[in-house]
Design a protein. Structure first.
Length: 316
């Protein structure tokens, strides 16, 4: 373990990612950077004082130049979403923040893999791809990995089966136009519809799945958590740390991360989530998944919604 991870932004998400990383064997060096120097120093002190209970690692409050040599840079900076506010409403403010961050961090760590977490994540991934000057394979949006985790959590609770046996995904925007391609949803190789019949035949007390309700659960979870506790940060931090583990592994994995589309499913010049091969060399390409025509149209609808927003933002 000798990897270095830099996190830009010490808000709820950034600090929780740093704390989660400090408890896992993913990074030996963690740098936390934030415009609020006092806040970042306090976060680092609090996290570092708990590392005596594990093998030694380094965690410091730093400046952009301290990111030099990073294997991964995670960008979480931005204004947090408020109760009742959509991710898209955050757009221009957070785009401006990204425009100020990008040249400074890229100068310090030009060879790092970048994980974009700032919301709206698909727009921010697109913006960073356009303005950073980095090869596209180095830029990974966290995309719908959290949405997919929420889906698997919901399906696990419904069917009373382990999440690790569930292979189902959320595609499109990390937001209101996301959708579940049920054509590719399986539980240990058995389609969702077939599994319901199988579970009944085995005497399990399961109800038929309400797919619209499950999509609503996935899409509304973030807003519900924000309304109840003010912010979401535990699940997204675990998802981002999982992604860090993927890109530091010895071989590639498939994940629903956001990256630039180049004609896949008839979609171009927008970042959104589909099955993507990602690993130590970053984005390796899209993995085509069997979808019916309705699902392909849903993906295109999600892309069009993002393009409408992109057309309204100022990248200069």
């Amino acid at each position: 373990m000798s990897s270095k991870i830099t996190i830009i932004g010490a808000g709820s998400v950034g600090a929780t990612i740093a704390y989660t990383l400090s408890n896992e064997d993913i990074a030996s060096n963690i740098v936390l950077i934030d415009i609020n120097k006092q806040k970042v120093e306090g976060e680092v002190m609090d996290i570092a004082q708990g590392t005596c209970f594990r093998d030694p690692i380094s965690i410091v409050a730093g400046e952009y130049e301290d990111a030099k040599g990073s294997d991964i840079v995670i960008i979480t900076s931005g204004i947090a979403r408020k109760p009742g506010q959509t991710r898209i409403e955050l757009t221009q403010t957070n785009v401006n923040i990204m425009k100020s961050i990008a040249p400074q961090i890229v100068k310090a760590a030009p060879d790092a893999l970048y994980i974009i977490v700032s919301n709206p994540v698909d727009i921010m991934t697109y913006v960073f791809t356009k303005i950073s000057g980095l090869p596209e394979n180095q830029i990974i949006g966290s995309g719908t990995i959290l949405d997919t985790a929420r889906l698997r959590c919901g399906l696990s609770e419904h069917f009373k089966v382990s999440q690790k046996n569930i292979h189902a995904y959320v595609f499109g925007e990390h937001g209101d136009t996301s959708f579940i391609p049920w054509t590719g949803a399986y539980i240990s190789g058995v389609s969702i519809n077939e599994y319901y019949e199988l579970a009944k035949s085995l005497g399990k007390d399961v109800k038929e799945l309400d797919k619209e309700a499950m999509l609503a659960y996935v899409q509304k979870s973030g807003g519900q958590i924000i309304a109840k506790k003010g912010a979401t940060f535990y699940a997204v931090s675990k998802a981002v740390c999982k992604l860090c583990g993927i890109v530091l592994a010895s071989s590639d994995s498939v994940a629903t991360v956001s990256s630039m589309m180049h004609g896949e499913y008839g979609i171009e010049d927008v970042c959104l989530s589909t099955l993507t091969l990602v690993g130590p060399n970053g984005i390796q390409g899209k993995v085509p998944m069997r979808m019916n025509q309705k699902e392909i149209e849903q993906l295109k609808k999600s892309a069009d919604a993002l393009k409408e927003v992109i057309a309204q933002i100022n990248l200069d």
